[in-house]
Design a binder for this molecule. Structure first.
Ligand SMILES: Cc1cc2nc3c(=O)[nH]c(=O)nc-3n(C[C@H](O)[C@H](O)[C@H](O)COP(=O)(O)OP(=O)(O)OC[C@H]3O[C@@H](n4cnc5c(N)ncnc54)[C@H](O)[C@@H]3O)c2cc1C
Length: 179
């Protein structure tokens, strides 16, 4: 089970791929995946696409399957396929899904930082220098970004570090923390 086509797509390219829908955003994942392999969207009987989404999935060549996946087949971490509730077996090289995510720490909430809704979980609201809505408090990485990536986290950390230093320097010089 994989979560991100940009992280893992190349590892499983040119094989039949599946999306196990467990989230309203799953169809979006299925729209991306055909660039790595022929894709089946498993609605699990819970996230059937509306007519517009079904048309876009069809335009991308995505097969829609409503019988739920009940079993993964193969020897982990390899995957041979999935068994469906109606007994059929579909050969697949990988299944993507959107794991439920929660913040690892309540620190930002305890400090009173504002959050913005994100596709997976709320992200700490930050400005261009990665300062949160609490003056002098900076945030970077997954906790403060709707898109989760090592490169973005590192880049945001550089900016947040510079922002925090400049805020401390301004305060030491007699001013208020940068806003
Ligand atoms: C399975 C998987 C595969 C991925 N593959 C890729 C990939 O191929 N390429 C890519 O760019 N991104 C990938 N990502 C995303 C990438 O891992 C994250 O975007 C990145 O690690 C975010 O960095 P971060 O520093 O914000 O958070 P993290 O890397 O999660 O670091 C946060 C750290 O804070 C620590 N921590 C948490 N709470 C506390 C606390 N209260 N006190 C002290 N420490 C605490 C945690 O232990 C952790 O070490 C993948 C993610 C997953 C889950």
């Amino acid at each position: 089970m994989l979560h991100c086509p940009y992280c893992h797509g190349s590892e499983v390219a040119d094989q039949p791929l599946g999306v196990l829908a467990n989230h309203p955003g799953a169809a979006h994942q299925a729209l991306l995946l055909p660039d790595w392999g022929p894709t089946t969207y498993f609605s699990q009987g819970r996230f059937a696409p509306d007519a517009d989404t079904a048309a876009r999935l069809a335009a991308r060549g995505v097969t829609i399957e409503h019988s739920p996946i009940v079993e993964l087949l193969g020897t982990a971490p390899a995957l041979d396929g999935v068994r469906l509730a109606d007994g059929r077996v579909c050969a697949l090289g990988a299944v993507f899904t959107i794991p439920e995510s929660v913040p690892a720490s309540p620190l930002a909430a305890h400090l009173g930082c504002a959050f913005d809704d994100g596709p997976l979980l709320p992200a700490i609201r930050v400005d261009a220098m990665r300062q949160t809505t609490v003056p002098g408090v900076y945030a970077a990485g997954d906790a403060a970004s709707p898109m989760h990536s090592v490169t973005l986290a590192i880049a945001a950390g550089v900016i947040a570090g510079a922002g925090a230093h400049q805020s401390l320097a301004a305060e030491a010089a007699g001013g208020a923390p940068a806003r």
